[in-house]
Design a protein around this ligand. Structure first.
Ligand SMILES: [Zn+2]
Length: 103
């Protein structure tokens, strides 16, 4: 698949902000990887946890990323084809409505 379909319409984008979440989704998603890696400073843990508790899309993504990490870890990263990783990333970005460049 080329995946070259970019119509630029992100009507239901979750990337901007969510009504219920504390803080905003792009911040939470930006910190998510470090959070899952245990690299996020303690001062930031509270805000991302609060956000994940309040924001379903972000919590869902966090769960997905966490499971993905577990699988990759189990199967040994070296054996994961780069294409697969890229494809999963791409899908995640679509799911979360990547905010992209905002004017
Ligand atoms: Zn969110």
């Amino acid at each position: 698949m080329s995946g070259a379909q970019t119509d630029g319409t992100t009507e239901d984008a979750v990337g901007g902000n969510c009504a219920e979440g504390s803080g905003n989704c792009s911040e939470a998603l930006r910190d998510l990887e470090r959070y899952l890696d245990g690299e996020l400073p303690e001062s930031d843990l509270g805000s991302i946890r609060d956000h994940l508790a309040a924001c379903y899309p972000c919590a869902d993504r966090a769960t997905f990323e966490e499971q993905l990490r577990a699988i990759v870890r189990e199967r040994c990263v070296e054996r994961t084809p780069p294409d697969l990783h890229a494809a999963i990333r791409e899908r995640l970005d679509v799911m979360s409505g990547d905010p992209g460049p905002s004017a």
